[in-house]
Design a protein around this ligand. Structure first.
Ligand code: AMP
Ligand code: ZN
Ligand code: FE
Ligand code: FE
Length: 282
């Protein structure tokens, strides 16, 4: 059995509605799909309804951005039952932080001579958790950039002129909140952490493992085979379970398929079963 433990719908910055993700998962022959929208579980109800009776198991999850000065640290949280709960109760605040930041990004872009309005961004997002990919899409529509990647590379990415910080959870605190909520925390796409030495990676994984981290996303769309093997090996060395997912965003990440990634991703169901043992069923 093949699974996908990382995906985004229209509830955050994916282009496809939650029910469409379920269809794509079934068409792709997946046994299990985790819906992991940024800071929200609002897509879950529709996804659950679509999965009902199909044999596809839908795992309730989400993705959090964490405070980390070296680079981008994201946490995939699996088997998080929709709220209330210790982590669930924090989500509205995180989304409010996004809204505030998005306003500042729009102002900054406008000040830089690239006028964009928050109304356009909200319309692009169609409700839900609004993020930079929506702003990038509006910039493309205005003809400011040829594609979303360029919007990030020139303007919206970390260190670029329209980059604006937002309040994020502390890594240890987020992991603790996930565990208190009965969920399974997985460190996402480790290549974005900005860590270049084995010693620094070892320090970080040791620290996060003692905080309660369960998995490391070792099987990821953009990784080559040797990277998938390397990160899987690294995970095991630190007592973590290798996890995997496509990070599907529909048209916001062109060419990337649910389940199959760029064509060669196949996350074994066994890893999902191993991760599941750490979920607290209520
Ligand atoms: P936000 O949640 O608003 O911080 O935006 C983060 C999202 O933007 C990530 O989940 C990615 O989907 C997307 N993203 C981040 N960096 C890039 C990039 N360089 N090119 C394209 N998309 C990116
Ligand atoms: Zn995203
Ligand atoms: Fe991410
Ligand atoms: Fe993601």
């Amino acid at each position: 059995m093949i699974v996908d433990l990382h995906s985004h719908s229209t509830a955050s910055d994916g282009s496809e509605p939650p029910a469409r993700l379920v269809e794509l998962a079934i068409e792709g022959g997946l046994g299990c799909l985790a819906l992991t929208d940024h800071d929200t579980q609002d897509g879950l109800e529709d996804a659950m309804a679509a999965a009902e009776g199909t044999g596809l198991e839908l795992i309730p999850g989400l993705e959090l951005s964490l405070e980390f000065d070296r680079g981008g640290m994201h946490l995939i949280v699996l088997w998080l039952d929709p709220g209330p709960g210790p982590l669930q109760n924090r989500l509205a605040g995180l989304r409010a932080g996004r809204d505030e930041r998005n306003l500042r990004i729009v102002d900054t872009l406008t000040g830089l001579g690239l006028p964009v309005t928050i109304e356009e961004v909200e319309e692009e997002a169609g409700g839900g958790s609004v993020g930079r990919p929506h702003i990038a899409a509006v910039m493309r529509a205005h003809g400011y950039v040829p594609d979303l990647r360029t919007a990030f590379d020139l303007w919206l990415g970390s260190g670029r002129p329209a980059y604006v910080e937002r309040k994020r959870l502390d890594p240890e605190a987020a992991i603790a909140l996930a565990r208190e909520s009965g969920a399974v925390p997985v460190l996402a796409h480790p290549h974005t952490l900005g860590i270049s030495t084995a010693a620094d990676m070892a320090d970080l994984l040791t620290r996060l493992k003692s905080a309660g981290l369960v998995g490391l996303e070792a099987l990821y769309s953009s990784f080559r085979r040797h990277e998938r093997e390397g990160y899987s090996h690294l995970a095991r060395r630190f007592g973590l379970i290798p996890s995997g997912g496509s990070d599907f965003h529909g048209t916001y990440k062109p060419g990337l398929m649910l389940g199959a990634g760029y064509g060669d991703l196949a996350v074994p169901g066994d890893l999902c079963e191993e991760l599941r043992e750490h979920a607290v069923v209520t």
